[in-house]
Design a protein around this ligand. Structure first.
Ligand code: GLU
Length: 453
């Protein structure tokens, strides 16, 4: 059997959003699991809307997700090849010249719709005689080229949708090349898939009708068909439209929010499938879950908040060894670093949020205290070192007995004096990090360290 070759074929006309990422991830991860190849193909024949910065953005986004392509191709490099195939199709009578302008075609469609007919091209150009064509060209008109569909039923076994049948008689003969010579997506795509030995075409179900046309083109090229699969589409539950153009729900917006790329990958890949969205160890584990029949058939909504939630869960589940180098890069290192992370990790949504806590706990602090007498009593009852996770409980029990305070009235002044915040990590974990001398200083008893200049 052929080595599996998958491709992801975005047009570089904007940044990738979650829906695009889903197609990219499925292709890349299936290729990886099957020991195959993952090709990134830029569908950049639309020279007005394609931009090099978008192509670069797509590459950056794929790298950020952890699925850099094995090979990159650009349709803009292949114009000569497409032109040669078009000449061959002309010679074999597979295409015919048509001269209607965009406005004329539009008028035809409107007339058909008014009469309740499907807006299918009427093949008027097929009936033109040589003389008709000569006079149209004498008017200065240049032809575009349409591929003559067989009019028969095209059948394929879709990896997601099962047996598919499409009557090509219900479709317009596709335009392969415009009057200015520019080839259109369907034609370029099929030539590329054939030339690059693509074995698996996995894309969104918005391409199902294209597949019937493309199968006829593959046959015209006299090559083997790839396997086809069309996955369901996803939409944002918040009603935000995914658009390459507006950047809504773009990968770079998640990147800017410093979300874990694995969280984006898991949500993008598993939404709309029978697999539950949950923390996984990495792309390897994610790829082991992928089977085409797991796609549901309906449009699926997803809530972007799921990505943020999962990102937090992944952070909390990470082993310290994985976190340590990243903390060190933020200056969080030394003997206390590991117990610091253990103390605060439940209170941070992003790794970066650890930094202010490190300042709070290890930096010189001078928090304003409102209850000096209570704090003086607390300082008097503070146990001797060594401090461990039991120290806080003993301290608080003694303080409760001495003052009669309970609950918030008991611990909130301590939390404010020790950390300067009303909320944060458990004080039983914070206390050993501070140590006795620093705790006393923060309770207003003992020398305060001068803040670093
Ligand atoms: N450029 C097309 C798109 O982004 C590619 C579709 C395909 O995978 O063939 O929709």
């Amino acid at each position: 059997m052929d080595k599996h070759t998958f491709r992801f074929a975005p047009s570089p006309t904007g940044y990738l959003h979650i829906g695009n990422a889903r197609t990219a991830l499925w292709n890349a991860l299936l290729a990886r699991r099957m020991g195959g190849t993952f090709i990134l193909r830029f569908d950049d024949t639309d020279t007005e809307r394609s931009r090099p910065e978008y192509a670069q953005g797509i590459l950056d986004d794929l790298a950020w997700l952890g699925i850099p392509p094995d090979r990159i191709e650009r349709q803009s490099d292949r114009a000569a090849r497409y032109a040669a195939v078009l000449e061959d199709f002309k010679a074999r009578g597979l295409v015919y010249p048509a001269y209607e302008t965009a406005e004329e075609l539009d008028r035809k469609r409107k007339r058909q719709q008014a009469r309740g007919l499907p807006p299918v091209y009427d093949r008027a150009a097929l009936a033109l005689s040589d003389t008709d064509r000569a006079s149209l060209e004498a008017e200065g008109r240049k032809p575009h080229w349409r591929f003559k569909l067989s009019g028969q039923t095209v059948t394929w076994h879709d990896g997601v949708r099962g047996e598919c049948h499409i009557e090509t008689a219900s479709l317009s003969d596709p335009i392969l090349a415009r009057a200015d010579g520019q080839v259109l997506y369907t034609f370029a795509s099929v030539i590329d898939d054939a030339d690059f030995g693509i074995t698996d075409v996995l894309r969104g179900e918005d391409h199902v009708a294209n597949t019937a046309v493309q199968i006829e083109l593959f046959r015209a090229l006299r090559v083997n068909l790839p396997r086809f699969a069309h996955h369901n589409l996803i939409a944002s539950a918040t009603g935000e439209e995914m658009s390459k153009r507006t950047g809504a729900l773009s990968l770079r917006s998640f990147r800017a929010d410093r979300v874990d790329p694995l969280a984006v990958a898991i949500v993008a890949t598993l939404t709309g499938t029978s697999e539950a969205i949950r923390p996984l160890h990495g792309l390897e584990e994610l790829s082991s879950l992928l089977e085409l029949p797991k796609f549901s058939r309906a449009l699926t909504k997803f809530d972007p908040a799921e990505i943020a939630d999962l990102s937090v869960k992944l952070l909390h589940a990470k082993p310290y060894a994985e976190i340590a180098p990243k903390l060190a890069a933020m200056g969080i290192m030394g003997a206390k670093a590991e117990s610091f992370w253990a103390a605060i990790h439940g209170n941070v949504a992003r790794l970066e949020d650890a930094e202010p806590w490190w300042q709070i706990i290890t930096g010189p602090q001078n928090f304003v205290s409102t209850e000096p007498e209570f704090l003086a009593e607390a300082a008097r009852l503070l146990p001797e070192e060594p401090f461990d996770h039991e120290t806080w409980g003993r301290w608080i029990a003694a303080l409760q007995a001495a003052t009669g305070r309970k609950g918030k009235a008991l611990f909130m002044p301590l939390r404010l004096a020790l950390t300067g915040r009303e909320q944060g990590p458990e004080l039983r974990a914070v206390l050993p990090l501070l140590g006795r001398a620093e705790a006393l200083a923060r309770l207003g008893q003992g020398p305060r360290r001068a803040p670093a200049a």
